[in-house]
Design a protein around this ligand. Structure first.
Ligand SMILES: Nc1ncnc2[nH]cnc12
Ligand SMILES: [Zn+2]
Length: 337
């Protein structure tokens, strides 16, 4: 390991953009398919992995939704979460705000309670085992209609004290944020935080809508904001956190090469960027690998890495005292090196 890699490994970090269904490793997919008697279109772990060549977001989503079909029981969701937190803890993650896509499961007949209680079980187990804290963010699938999102929000009602916020994911182009204006307003009225994927494949205008129409507290991806200097300046001056996902951007062809990744351009523009793994089982690396790969490809400095890690806490939905404690831990770590 290089010095920088060792530094990254020990740096305390939060992960703010992780789809728990996207942490389903091929080995677990095959094992759960066998455990639950679900037929998979792949004969082996190697065949599953071989299918992971994507030329855009939709290519990936088709496989990601098919893979999620092996998740049926509360124990499955617990096991999935525990496996993610084990990997995250090994990467120096001390806090994670994880997305889940309930509609992917309820539309297959899996109860909202099964999904949510299983994930909460996994979060509790991870806190006991690693001391890692976590929050849940319920994502609405934007290729479905707003009424389906409202129905999901109604189903979530009994768990709203254990759900930190709502997000918006799935196929971006053709499904602008404004389609979900009313359901986001309803979620805000319930005290939930608001995030949305925007500017991953969609144009800068979608980011503007996420800000102005949805009133988001945090922006997921946001890469294409850089095409609009006024928008970039607005995001910077308002201190909006961007949850950037370098290996995802590479695998989904948002960038052609990691050497072209705009992470340092974002920092130089004053954007509060963070590094995240998105769907690590599909994109070739968890959060530590995202830091290492983009640091090597863009020649990031230790100061850049510390800024990125600090941003992951300041951009989290933790309370101010917890954020201050995590920032102090980063300072102590840097001072010890
Ligand atoms: N990167 C991504 N963009 C949109 N929806 C997603 N669902 C899981 N990963 C996603
Ligand atoms: Zn995502």
């Amino acid at each position: 390991m290089s010095d920088l890699d060792t530094f990254i490994a020990g740096l305390p970090k939060a992960e703010l953009h992780l789809h728990i269904e996207g942490s389903l490793e091929p080995e677990m997919m095959v094992a759960l398919a066998a455990r639950n008697g679900v037929a998979l279109p792949y004969a082996s772990v190697e065949e599953v992995r071989a299918a992971y060549a994507f030329s855009n977001l939709q290519d990936f989503l088709d496989i990601y939704y098919a893979g999620a079909a092996v998740l049926l029981t509360r124990e499955d969701f617990r096991d999935l979460a525990v496996a993610y937190f084990d990997r995250a803890a090994a990467d120096g993650v001390v806090h994670a705000e994880i997305f889940f896509d309930p509609q992917t499961h309820t539309d297959r007949g899996v109860a909202f309670a099964t999904v949510t209680e299983g994930l909460l079980d996994g979060m509790a187990a991870a806190e006991a085992k690693h001391g890692i804290t976590a929050k849940l963010i319920l994502c609405f699938l934007r290729h479905l209609d707003e009424e389906a999102a409202f129905a999901t929000l109604r189903e979530a009602e009994p768990w709203l004290d254990r759900i930190a916020g709502v997000g918006l994911d799935s196929s971006e182009v053709g499904h602008p944020p404004e389609k979900f204006a009313r359901v986001f307003a309803a979620a805000r009225a319930k005290g939930l935080k608001l995030v949305a994927h925007a500017g991953e494949e969609g144009p800068p205008e979608y980011v503007v809508q996420a800000l102005d129409v949805l009133g988001i507290d945090r922006l997921d991806h946001g890469n294409r904001s850089l095409e609009d200097p006024a928008l970039t300046a607005r995001l910077a001056s308002s201190g909006m956190t961007l949850t950037v996902c370098p290996l995802s951007n590479l695998k989904l062809c948002v960038v052609d090469d990691l050497a072209d990744h705009p992470i340092d351009a974002m920092l130089r523009s004053g954007l509060r960027a963070t590094i995240n793994s998105d769907d690590p089982a599909y994109f070739g690396g968890y959060v530590g690998e995202n830091y290492r790969a983009v640091a090597a490809a863009r020649g990031l400095s230790r100061d850049d890495l510390v800024t990125l890690a600090r941003n992951s806490f300041t951009g989290s939905f933790l309370d101010a005292a917890s954020i201050a404690a995590h920032l102090a831990a980063i300072d102590a770590y840097v001072a010890s090196r």
